[in-house]
Design a protein around this ligand. Structure first.
Ligand code: ACO
Length: 322
């Protein structure tokens, strides 16, 4: 059997930082409110002219370096993003040209905050089927571009960044399983209500911004993430105690704590970056993974559970031996 296995990780954050105090000068809010309700202290934001592909490229180069691979080794590129540089071509194609990895398939996946888990699931299946040996899988976002900076209910939550993994064919696991779900009936709780073929005039008028009913999203996210944890363990015949690390989507510290409680994991086995990065949507899981790999917390051979929930609704998980 062929498995897919993470050979390297990388991440990148834009230089510009917005603290809670900075945001409190823009809308009616406070550091205390944001910290208590979300756990967020600051977030990184792209500068003018800086793009999702810029962030993705920097993260990709770091992941390649850790894996000891070069661009010519890559035979699949999947970029998860909700904030692509262009309507087309896909950000994966723009990135491919920059890296010099021409010829291999390159495409974007759009599943909002669950995007990286979806991209990892897709790449894992390409590798297991034998058609790919070395995949570059990325989550990259410039969420700040689609935020309404006058809406205090959303503008405090999001940040920009990118995370990448090199996923390689291996006789040893690797990715044990991925679990992907969606329920499109919940679209209106969390969306950008306009786009290219529906409301282009609104897009042009600058109204294509994130709209969210945060309280309802919160409740459904907590319940759904509890269920996906059970599903993932059951599919692998595992106990809660088999999980060494939880690398959750970084939306809100209270959602993360609820999932950790469900797993019976103490918070020192949970990778938390939401305080430093905010919610970077598709970038949040691979960014958190890279942070914990590089600071030496996550070691080879350990069992890592990743999960995410986001717009769509979409949700999913991946469990792997690192
Ligand atoms: N500063 C001060 N007050 C605020 C702010 C703010 N930034 N935002 C909202 N409020 C006010 C509201 O207006 C409301 O006031 P009211 O009672 O006078 O009407 C009050 O705070 C309570 O609002 P709620 O929405 O009930 O507050 P809640 O405790 O639910 O926290 C939050 C809001 C942080 C958005 C929370 O619901 C949340 O994190 N939801 C999850 C949504 C999320 O993370 N989505 C991202 C994508 S999906 C995902 O990744 C999970």
């Amino acid at each position: 059997t062929v498995y897919s296995r993470i050979a390297g990780t990388g991440s990148h954050l834009p230089e510009k930082v917005l603290t809670n105090q900075d945001i409190a000068r823009m809308v009616e809010t406070s550091d205390e409110w944001i910290t208590e309700r979300t756990g967020i202290k600051k977030r990184h934001i792209v500068a003018e002219g800086e793009t999702t592909c810029d962030l993705a490229e920097a993260a990709a180069r770091r992941a390649l370096e850790m894996a000891g691979r070069s661009a010519k080794d890559i035979d699949l590129i999947v970029v998860a993003t909700t904030t692509p540089d262009r309507i087309f071509p896909g950000t994966a194609c723009l990135l491919q040209a920059r890296l010099g990895a021409q010829g291999c398939p390159a495409f974007d996946v759009q599943a909002v905050c669950t995007g990286f888990i979806y991209a990892l699931g897709v790449a894992d299946k390409f590798i297991r089927s034998g058609s790919t040996r070395c995949a570059l899988v990325i989550g990259a976002e410039a969420m700040s571009r689609i935020i309404d900076w006058t809406d205090r209910g959303t503008c405090v939550l999001f940040g920009d960044g990118a995370g990448a993994v090199i996923l390689e064919a291996s006789e040893e696991p690797g990715v044990l399983s991925t679990h992907l779900h969606a329920d499109g009936r919940y679209e209106k709780l969390l969306h950008v209500p306009y786009g290219v073929s529906d409301g282009l005039d609104k897009v042009e008028a600058g109204q294509a911004k994130v709209r969210m009913r945060g309280n309802e999203v919160f409740r459904i996210a907590v319940n759904t993430l509890g269920r996906i944890v059970d599903e993932t363990l059951l599919a692998n015949g595992m106990q809660k105690s088999d999980v060494d690390w939880l690398v959750p989507h970084q939306a809100n510290i209270r959602i993360i704590q609820a999932t950790a409680r469900k797993l019976g994991l103490s918070m020192d086995r949970v990778v938390v970056t939401v305080d430093q990065h905010g919610n970077t949507s598709a970038a949040s899981v691979p960014l958190a993974l890279d942070v914990a790999v590089r600071d030496g917390r996550i070691q080879r051979g350990e069992t890592v559970l990743m999960e995410a929930f986001g717009g769509g609704f979409t949700w999913g998980s991946a469990i792997l031996r690192f």
